[in-house]
Every structure is written in structure tokens, then in C-alpha cells.
Ligand binder design. Sequence first.
Ligand code: DP6
Length: 330
Amino acid sequence: MTRQQFVKLLLKRAKGKPGTRGAAFAPANIALCKYWGKRDPDLNLPVNSSLSISLGKLGTHTAVKFAKTADRIFLNGKPAPADFAARISNYLDLFRADGQFFEVRTKNNIPTAAGLASSASGFAALVKALDQLFGWGFNSRELSMLARLGSGSATRSLYDGFAVWHAGVRADGMDSYAERLGSTWPALRIGILEVSKARKKTGSTSGMNRTVETSELYESWPAQAECDFDELRTAIAAQDFPMLGKTAENNALAMHATMLAAWPPLCYWKPQTVALMQKVWQARENGLELYFTIDAGPNLKLLFLNENQAAVKALFPNVQIVSPFQNPKA
Ligand code: DP6
């Protein structure tokens, strides 16, 4: 099945009538159990299930309406860069009728310094706005499957708090959607440590494809990811922070190990990334309950509890702290 066929099938469930505009917000999310590898690149079906935490009111606001002669795409108040606009227009091709164009205004409230402005909140907000514009009346699961076609990690950005994206087994991807985990964890903190703002040379899509195709270590990834996914769910249900931190950190390092074993080798770390990891390990040896995760980039996201906020700030004066459960709805 192609992505066009998938959309056609899903749109058969649509109920309402088109409106004149749509506007929505979606939060950014950080994976604690990573999505790394696709079993179907066109439908963005993942090899493994993943689990994330959303960043409350940090994310993307998007407004969409119909345009007359061409798509008009704006990012943070200015015409969007060509590659960004092309990615959005390609995605809109899935939904447009002949001769139909869109005006899309998208704004990230994530400080660019956080190195977090991602496609995840962007595609999730766009899908929610399109749902209003076209009057589809889809539920969050259906919207998460549409967001998935834009970017895999966007599947999880439809929800506040913890979200799980089920890999699914079906070839048509109808069972590969995300849902919210009910649990909250008000004391949980995320600390963003920025190492570099520079755009990475290899994006996640080609990075994961290269890893799946060439890395011997990738063979062990699906089993570890499924196991970490279960452990994290247990840790969240039990509010067991050391179990959560250890599993998330180990999962991220295992993902990066699969990349290092790819050919040509793939390393998203900078020397400072490694220095920061060592600082976290040293702090932990000294008794501080502190863990990290790293995505396909050089920046660290620290995981800790509110009670250790002062100690973390003292060690990392530039850390940007996010309280995921203190701004439940933006
Ligand atoms: C390391 O969702 O950006 O952040 O589906 O190809 O758009 P595409 O990839 P993307 O990959 C995210 C990879 C990751 C892990 C994660 O967020 O789960």
C-alpha cells in the first residue's frame, strides 16, 4: 500500500464538511524509548514501538486556510526556507484536490537555542489544523496515523504527557498509531543542554535508513527496544525514577551504538557531547539521581526529579529546565 492509498482509505471515515480555516497547537516530544528504523519507509511504519514525553506548552502553533494560486508557507512570521516549504507542500499533496492550494502559518515557541524545534510538533499541529479545515472529525488515533506520514516522531506529538506509539504488525499500517498513557509525574524534569545549533549533515530519515541497511549491531536493536518499552511502562506505572532514567539512557546509547556500527559511520556527537555524558556519569557516581537521553543530534536532554533541580543547575548553569506536567494544556 502507498501513502496515497492509505490516506484515501482513512478519508473514507471522514464525517464533516470543510470550513474556512484551522488552527492548532501540538507539543514537542522527547523519546525515552527511541523510534529508530522503518519497516515501511513510504508509510513510515517503524520497526519498534516507542515511548515519549511531551513538553507541555513548548511546541508548534499552526494555522491553515485555502490559498488561490500556490501554496504559501510561513515559518515564525517569515516565508519558510525552500526545503521546509517543499516538505510541507509534498505532505499537503496527500490531501489536496485538483487546483487546491494552502496557506500555512507555523510558529515554534520552542526557543531555537533549545535545539528542539522539530518536525514532530510541526506535523502534529498541521494535521490537527487540517482536520478543522476539512472538517474530518478524526479522533487522536486517526490524526496520529496521518501525522506519522509527515514524520514518524510526529505520531506521538498529538498528546500531552507520556505517549506510546505502537509499531503495529499490519502491512497497511492501520494498527501503527499513538495513544496517551494516563499517568502523570509532576516531579519529573527535563533539562536541555545545547551543544550545537548547527544543522546536522545527516537527517534522521537517512540516518536510520543507513543504520538499518549497513549496521551489524542493528540486529540486536528491535529486541532491546521492545524490552525497554515494557520496562519504561513499568517504571512509569510504579513511579520508579531510577528505573526510568536507567532504561532511557541505556536505550539512547544502544541506538547510538547501532549508528556507530553503520557504514559510513554515523556519529551525531561532538566532543562536548561526550564531555557532558561523562559529567552526568560522574555526578551519578557522586550520588546524584541524574540521567540523559540523546536524539539524532549532539544535544543532551537530562532527566531528573524536582528535588534535585538546584544540584543540576549548580552543575550545568546553562541548562534549560522543562516541567512537562506543569503546563498540561497550552
Ligand atoms: C532519534 O521522526 O525525525 O528522534 O520519520 O524519518 O521523519 P522520520 O524521522 P524522525 O526520527 C526521530 C528519531 C529520533 C528518535 C525518536 O524521536 O523516537
